[in-house]
Design a protein around this ligand. Sequence first.
Ligand code: 3HC
Length: 343
Amino acid sequence: MYTQSFNVPDDAGDAKTARLKAVPGPVDAAEAALQAHFDTVIDADHKVEPRDWMPEAYRKTLVRQISQHAHSEIVGMLPEGNWISRAPSLKRKAILIAKVQDEGGHGLYLYSAAETLGTSRDQMLDGLHSGKAKYSSIFNYPTLNWADVGVIGWLVDGAAIMNQIPLCRCSYGPYARAMIRVCKEESFHQRQGYEALLVMMQGTAEQKAMVQDAVNRYWWKCLAMFGPPDADSPNSVQGMRWGIKRISNDDLRQKFVDATVPQAEVLGVTLPDPDLKWNEARGHYDYGQIDWDEFWATVNGNGPMNKERLATRVKAHEQGAWVRDAALAHARKQQQRQQKEAA
Ligand code: 3HC
């Protein structure tokens, strides 16, 4: 459904890129030359690598976005992880374990990509555990029944892929390369969710009602996942100028709605939006108002599950201290042995 061949328009000439957020200029002639070279690389759509000079604001933006993304993958293991022990069959359990494990792997690639920018994993984890760092709003809602697991695959992973495929072309090399594998795995996640729901929709009336209920609870939250409307998105314009973001929040949201409506029809569920209808003139579906107050309350720590999610992550980190200590002790011993042998 969402593949690597997804067509990503190049937005270089978009009017939105004209509204650049002010970033500090070069301090001297040497820095001006470095900045000019950096701008040439960005304009030519080439990759920036860790060894290359880059403006501090570019570095900061990448650390912000990549670490938030990594935290989202790690916190995102929790809502579905809760269902591993309650999956309805061995096959579903095996699929769910693989999926949750993949999300953990995505978090690790992304922390590694952010580390190439000079920020340590400990610093990033401190940000998450202290509640200072953001992670995706969507993981602060509960998973109440098995249909929620299918809907997370279909809609949450579907929205995530829509946002992430353009990131495979991000200007920062390590992030772009990490996203290629992430997107391939997310594509499997989306399909397994949709397939699980297709099976439930051929089941009993209770199963069908569970699917509809899960769609009703998750639909609007998935639309909000793409971030605030473009006009209220402080980071978008500069992010697009730097080739970090390729498609705006609103354009991705629209692509997601357009792709999902026919899938809902095949599935036999109703998307909970009375204003959802095809607009012939625009060539897109119109949709209703997203509750941005609820979105910001959740982003700012006051969603239904924020406190529980953070407490679970902090506990897991604390209880995993012995594993980190053991790994470090093993590395030290190995180093000492190698030094002895070399002496
Ligand atoms: N949840 C929480 N915070 C969000 C958000 C969301 N859904 N959408 C936007 N925000 C935050 C931004 O991080 C930014 O915060 P900051 O300036 O304090 O750091 C603020 O709201 C304003 O938003 P902007 O649109 O100006 O911010 P960006 O230009 O960074 O765009 C983004 C936001 C589209 C999420 C972008 O950062 C992005 O594409 N990130 C990478 C992908 C990502 O992180 N996805 C998260 C989901 S991953 C996932 O779902 C796991 C999978 O396994 C399912």
